[in-house]
Design a protein around this ligand. Structure first.
Ligand code: OGA
Ligand code: MN
Length: 229
């Protein structure tokens, strides 16, 4: 018999109300202790697939653009670094709320428990066509950006090891050392400190869909825009 105060969740886990079953608490805890979090099943599959369909619709409408264009980047140089095609979320499409609502909740929890003063969140859909990669980089250089935490949600059902396309995180203490390779599996959310973690996307052998985003603090440097977005 379960104690009266324990309410089983729809899939019957008796510890549904304990902190261990709360993905937000697990992410906050992992960020506080190790600076990164990997959370499989962060988003339910039906919502993840709705986001995937939305991204594929954008692709069909030719609304995914080579990253860097229109932001003052050198397109040709950029192609050696990253080959994803992106579309910034505007918060208007109904499908986006499946993603933006839980991210707003995550922002609230991170601020409440870690006092990091996250001020806003920006995110884009990304498609890595077959063979595409993103070379080793950091998302924010110390003192030059207001990006504090990077996030990536993956949208690919049934991703196989042979499909490649892993997110490779490097050890913040020794950026030559691989820390972990993350499979870009549908529903998995990765969060890491933007200034501390060098990372790359290994060549994807099939189309790889994701939403990359950044929690930011309100500390504009005034003279420089964020690093390549
Ligand atoms: C990025 C990035 C990682 C990924 O967009 O800056 O590093 O796994 N993405 O898609
Ligand atoms: Mn990155």
């Amino acid at each position: 018999m379960m104690p009266a105060h324990v309410i089983a969740d729809p899939i019957g886990q008796p510890d549904a109300l304990s902190p261990a079953a709360d993905p937000f608490a697990r992410i906050v805890d992992a960020i506080a202790t190790q600076g990164f979090a990997i959370c499989p099943g962060f988003l339910p599959m039906d919502q993840t697939l709705t986001l995937l369909q939305h991204c594929q619709a954008l692709q069909a409408e030719d609304e995914l653009h080579s990253a860097g264009i229109g932001r003052g980047q050198d397109f040709h140089t950029n192609r050696f670094v990253r080959q994803d095609r992106i579309h910034w979320l505007e918060g208007t499409a109904p499908a986006e709320t499946h993603f933006l609502n839980p991210m707003a909740e995550l922002q609230t929890r991170l601020n409440r428990e870690l006092f990091i003063g996250l001020f806003d969140y920006e995110a884009h859909f990304a498609l890595y066509p077959e063979g595409a990669f993103y070379k080793k980089h950091v998302d924010a250089f110390q003192g030059r950006s207001n990006r504090r935490l990077s996030t990536v949600l993956y949208l690919n059902p049934d991703w196989q090891p042979a499909d490649g396309g892993e997110l490779r995180l490097y050890d913040p203490g020794d950026p030559e050392q691989v820390l972990i390779d993350v499979t870009p599996q549908a529903g998995t959310l990765v969060v890491f400190e933007s200034e501390c973690f060098w990372h790359e996307v290994l060549p994807a052998k099939r189309k790889r869909y994701s939403i990359a985003g950044w929690f930011r603090v309100n500390a504009s440097t005034g003279w420089r825009v964020d690093p390549p977005a």
